[in-house]
Design a protein around this ligand. Structure first.
Ligand SMILES: Nc1ncnc2c1ncn2[C@@H]1O[C@H](COP(=O)(O)OP(=O)(O)OP(=O)(O)O)[C@@H](O)[C@H]1O
Length: 592
């Protein structure tokens, strides 16, 4: 298995993203073409309405018999009504096609992201892909391709109509339409591309600033860094405002150029028609029709601007969709994986980023079912990465993990949590009651089981002391609990789930030494016999009962054995043990 490619890597070629979107749109092509034709019919009805109304007004000025005008009067009414109806149907058809397609795109993007649960993808990043990047696909079709092709079609029809009246006027209109529909959009893209590319990351940075300045307000104030942080945010906001002003000014100049092109085109068409001796009424029709046709073509300027803004999102979605989504194997995938859960790490290596030092570097470990081991080591040694591989949150770069004789990667997303689970680093406590947080571990647990798990985590007395008991609300992210209580609640939830392979990543973090020893002992005692335990810990106290202790450093196993043997041998474990003992003796001597 190889590490996933960088999430932002663009696909080859400048229009590869658009081609990928069109490939996806293929099943909905009929509907999209229908929407495009309806959009063209809408624009054409508008243009025909202007031309017919002009003919009607100019002809009426000559006071002909009314019956010569009847058809035009009816046509004006019919065109006015049909324009509205056509616009409505076009929106309906376009959105129907695109929303059907987008559901599928979202599902595929989600499946690809879920299959690439390598580290380095933050949840916010994933959310932005699911929401904004997928919307870029929607906008490309609805705001760029459908209106763009409609404008092109109407332009061709308008030139055809004008040519029937006067070929020279048709040629003048064709030139005007090319300037308005091709040259101006290209110019708008070129002059705004650089600023537009800078605006998106700046907006992202400002959103991050807003979060940091509010969530981190207390810490910024404590370190006297509030002013500096505010100044940095203000500078970014100023730069964004300058860029947006520049974009607005450029947009205004392009729009003004569009109006100029419309006027010049109409003028050229009139001159050409006069030179060709076209009757006066038809010259008027050509003039107004040209203005309306250029107006339609100018919609391409807006489409081009939109396209420039959509490109980064499209490129990312296309990069994701180009990947083959590995479908989880189902042949062996019964919902209840067969035990016993012997665990083997074979030459396991994890590298978070190409070129970075490996977080795990050739780990070989055997954990027969029912064995209890601790993984210890200095900060950054790779302990949490080992747990993350085991729970499927991080995929190995090389080597493998076998669970119950099967490669871990063959476990489905339903199977794995039934076999492996526990308390992971920075466990999340939900804004719900104590009971609801616990039932996440095992939905059908009764009160006795809740009480047993909570007692093992040392939280039962606190729950009993609360007026609302199990129904006590814990606040957002457990904000109404102390750090220690939050940790105990998360531990109780893991103990209640009691998976056959229990991972406990720093279960006693935030507890004082005496409480930590007591909680660890009761948690291990509460784990059913036959269940394996992989305990990750900074503290070396309380590990004497474990079957084995594995010391990691720099992603490699540097020592292993039982506690008594490791404290007797020179090495990291004994040094650390002596240091921690001295520190905790000092702490206990000072504790009241
Ligand atoms: N999501 C990530 N992206 C990139 N690198 C990471 C990521 N998580 C961990 N690392 C790197 O992998 C290495 C091992 O980290 P890991 O969290 O597994 O260590 P640890 O032993 O659990 O450390 P600690 O005891 O401080 O929690 C570190 O060098 C760390 O910088």
């Amino acid at each position: 298995m190889t590490a996933a490619p960088d999430i932002g890597s663009p696909p080859a070629g400048r229009t590869a993203a658009e081609r990928a979107v069109l490939r996806l749109a293929r099943p909905y092509l009929n509907r999209l073409v229908g929407a495009g034709l309806l959009a063209a019919a809408t624009e054409f009805a508008g243009l025909a309405l202007m031309a017919t109304a002009t003919w009607l007004l100019m002809s009426a000025a000559g006071q002909p018999p009314l019956d010569r005008l009847t058809v035009a009067i009816v046509a004006v009414r019919a065109l006015a009504i049909s324009r509205g109806v056509l616009r409505y149907t076009e929106r309906l058809a376009g959105h129907d096609a695109v929303l059907r397609m987008i559901t599928e795109v979202r599902a595929r993007v989600f499946a690809t992201l879920a299959a690439r649960r390598t580290a380095g993808h933050r949840s916010g990043d994933v959310l932005s892909r699911l929401v904004s990047d997928v919307e870029a696909v929607q906008d490309l079709l609805l705001r760029v391709l459908v209106p763009g092709s409609a404008a092109a079609l109407v332009g061709v029809l308008a030139v055809g109509g004008a040519t029937l009246i006067s070929p020279l006027a048709g040629a003048a209109l064709a030139v005007g339409l090319l300037v308005a529909g091709v040259a101006l959009p290209a110019l708008a893209t070129v002059v705004t591309r650089r600023s537009a590319a800078e605006v998106a990351p700046l907006r992202g940075a400002l959103a991050t600033d807003a979060v940091d300045l509010t969530h981190g307000a207390a810490d910024l104030a404590a370190f006297g860094a509030t002013d500096a942080a505010l100044r940095a945010a203000e500078q970014r906001a100023g730069r964004l405002a300058r860029l947006e002003r520049r974009l607005a000014a450029t947009g205004f100049a392009v729009d003004a150029a569009g109006v100029l092109v419309a006027g010049l085109t109409a003028g050229a068409v009139v001159l050409a028609a006069l030179a060709a001796d076209v009757p006066g009424v038809l010259v008027g029709v050509l003039a107004v029709g040209s203005l309306a046709a250029v107006e339609v073509a100018l919609a391409l300027v807006a489409a081009a601007r939109q396209w420039t803004q959509l490109r980064p999102g499209l490129t990312r979605v296309a990069a994701l969709l180009d990947e083959d989504v590995p479908t989880p194997p189902t042949a062996e995938g019964s919902p209840h994986p067969a035990g016993p859960y012997d665990l083997r790490f074979v030459e396991l290596a994890v590298r978070y980023r190409a070129g970075a030092a490996p977080a795990l570097d050739g780990i070989d470990l055997d954990l027969p079912a029912g064995r209890r081991i601790a993984v210890v080591g200095p900060s950054g040694a790779g302990k949490s990465t080992l747990a993350a591989v085991l729970t499927g949150a991080v995929r190995p770069t090389s080597g493998r993990v076998e669970l119950g004789g099967r490669d871990l990667s063959t476990y489905t997303e339903q199977e794995l949590p039934r076999a492996v689970g526990g308390l992971l680093a920075e466990a999340y406590v939900f804004h719900a009651t104590v009971r609801e947080n616990l039932l996440l571990g095992r939905a059908d647990a009764g009160d006795d089981e809740l009480a047993a798990a909570t007692a093992a985590a040392g939280l039962l007395d606190w729950v009993r002391a609360q007026p609302a008991g199990w129904d006590t609300l814990v606040g957002e992210e457990g904000g109404q609990l102390s750090g220690g209580q939050r940790q105990r609640l998360a531990l109780a939830r893991a103990l209640l789930a009691a998976p056959p392979v229990l991972v406990l990543d720093e279960p006693t973090e935030g507890l004082d030494p005496a409480a930590a020893d007591a909680v660890l002992a009761s948690a291990l005692a509460a784990t059913p016999a036959g269940h394996s335990v992989l305990l990750i810990s900074h503290r070396l106290s309380g590990l004497a009962e474990l079957d084995e202790i594995v010391v990691l450093d720099g992603g490699r196993v540097i020592q292993r054995g039982r506690h008594v043997d490791l404290v007797a041998a020179p090495g990291w474990y004994r040094d650390q043990w002596l240091l921690q003992e001295a520190a905790e003796r000092g702490y206990l001597a000072l504790a009241p």
